[in-house]
Design a protein. Structure first.
Length: 256
């Protein structure tokens, strides 16, 4: 599949615009391309400007929410750009070897979002996973699943190789058992973070309407898009009513 010129151009602009703001894996030397049109140049510049603006505005809010809600967690976030041209639109949360939280976005995701609210919601959602401790929670779920299925198979006299396979399968099942709950929790907290930074979570969550609905399976990792939108709507309703509040209070000062 050919990569749109729009996406090809973004890594070059990121190198200049995001110095000191995010980390980007250096892109490999691109093959010679036809001249970039003025329209494509303008679209790529808009996407980069939007990322820089949103990231700088979200960062202090994300870190304040993290420090307030998780005293023992590292709240010094890094934003990483996955600049592989063939990577699909995606965002993810992980931790580096020192336990520092990392939010990653692909070039396709940067190009896909249609407004700052959508990008803010994506960043808020991924940040929420770290604040809520979902990586360690899924690791614990995997360990429990491995132990349970391994013991069940072992009690039936299975050989060590079969037990090992059962433990592996149990770990996979365990890690997925509460995955949908964790996604909804991140949607709720991500909504609060997005709101507190002065963005509109309802506009931000409109991104879900363009995504294919995940399969309805017991061990699926993501809930239905309609359910996720309902969580956002309900949370915004509570924020507007003042029954829940973000930590920084920026929303009341800037966005109303």
């Amino acid at each position: 599949m050919a990569v749109p010129s729009f996406v090809r151009l973004i890594p070059l602009l990121l190198l200049a615009a995001l110095a000191g703001c995010v980390t980007s894996v250096p892109a490999t030397e691109p093959a010679p391309e036809p001249p970039i049109s003025a329209q494509v140049q303008a679209e790529a510049e808009r996407a980069v400007d939007q990322l820089v603006t949103v990231a700088r505005r979200m960062e202090p809010v994300i870190e304040a929410e993290c420090r307030a809600r998780s005293n023992l967690r590292n709240c010094d976030y890094r934003l990483v750009i996955d600049d592989r041209l063939d990577a699909p639109a995606n965002a993810f949360q992980t931790e580096d070897r020192r336990g520092r939280p990392v939010i990653g976005v692909t070039l396709a995701m940067i190009a896909e979002v249609r407004n700052p609210d959508e990008l803010a919601f994506v960043l808020g959602h991924e940040a929420a996973h770290h604040i809520a401790g979902h990586i360690s929670a899924r690791e614990r779920d995997a360990v429990k699943g491995a132990q349970l299925l391994g013991m069940m198979v072992q009690s039936q006299g299975a050989d060590p190789q079969t037990v090992a396979k059962a433990r592996k399968a149990g770990a996979e099942m365990g890690s997925r058992l509460f995955a949908k709950d964790y996604e909804l929790e991140a949607d709720r907290l991500g909504t609060i973070i997005t709101w507190d930074a002065g963005y509109d979570p309802l506009k931000g969550a409109a991104f879900f309407r363009r995504l294919p609905d995940p399969e309805e399976t017991v061990l699926g990792t993501h809930p239905a898009n309609a359910l996720r939108l309902d969580i956002v709507k309900m949370t915004v309703k509570e924020l507007r009513a003042g029954t829940i509040k973000g930590v920084t209070g920026l929303r009341s000062q800037s966005a109303g």
